[in-house]
Design a protein around this ligand. Sequence first.
Ligand SMILES: [Zn+2]
Length: 319
Amino acid sequence: MNKLLIIVLIAAVMHSCAQKPQSVSKPQEHISVAFDADSAYHFAAEQVSFGPRVPGSTSHRLCAEYLEHTLQRFADTVIVQHGSMPSYNGTPMPVRNIIAAFNPSATPRVMLSAHYDTRPWADQEQEQEKWHTPIDGANDGASGVAVLLEIARQLREMNTTKGIDIMLWDAEDSGTPQFEYSANHDSWCLGSQYWALHKHKAGYEAQCGILLDMVGAPDAQFQLEQHSRQYANHILKEVWKTARRLGYGDIFTDKHAYPITDDHYYLNQAGIPTIDIIHYDDIRGFGSYWHTTSDNMDHISRHTLGAVGTTVLDFITNR
Ligand SMILES: [Zn+2]
């Protein structure tokens, strides 16, 4: 059943990935959305059940196949992009990006994305003997993908006519380990870097990009990250405004955060204006479970998943 309710008419809404203000004065329907946080939680648990999704591992391959099959149930097309990029120490790393499209020929397009691989090392652990343990990546990896899978399910339910792409990046989190003492920033985000060099469709453009990363912790707060402000401030403002209207102003705060090297950096370099909704602040960093063996399902909150999913789905539905 389609659960959409048309609630209210809003005059002259200017939702806005558009660079130029529109002078439309026609009333626009506001559609309420139904994002199911329990379903998103389930999608996160399913990914974690494969084990750590380290590129090249069997768990990674099986999870990638699960993600492909799941998206095929909801989207109009699913493309899998295979490639290779040099890793932090120069050895080739396999890359397998998963790209699902709703209404592939519709324009303008919105690109929603998250990384699905997990960090091969728990290199933020205090105890050195844990540094080489791969992590569950319930928050760092599975949470963003889980929100996008549930958004995909809802887009199918509502038979969207909008042009929306859901891109699941590989090999985001195999950047130089702390114990190697070198700072190669381009060793991160290899999947999105590969895509920027080899777009899945010649001339592909999106008017608006939203990246999700670590969006499931109970104490998550999202701040206005600097690359997002620099490249896509108009999108950032509208998404945050949507979150406040929905009652999530305590999670989507007005504080500023330093620039973060994440997939959105490379997407912005490739001409897709993209914001990063990421659990980070200048004082606490990425949270206490980040890149540790404690990044597991015990520390995933349905409320946070719901806040992010409801905000993003409302924004893309009503823009
Ligand atoms: Zn990470």
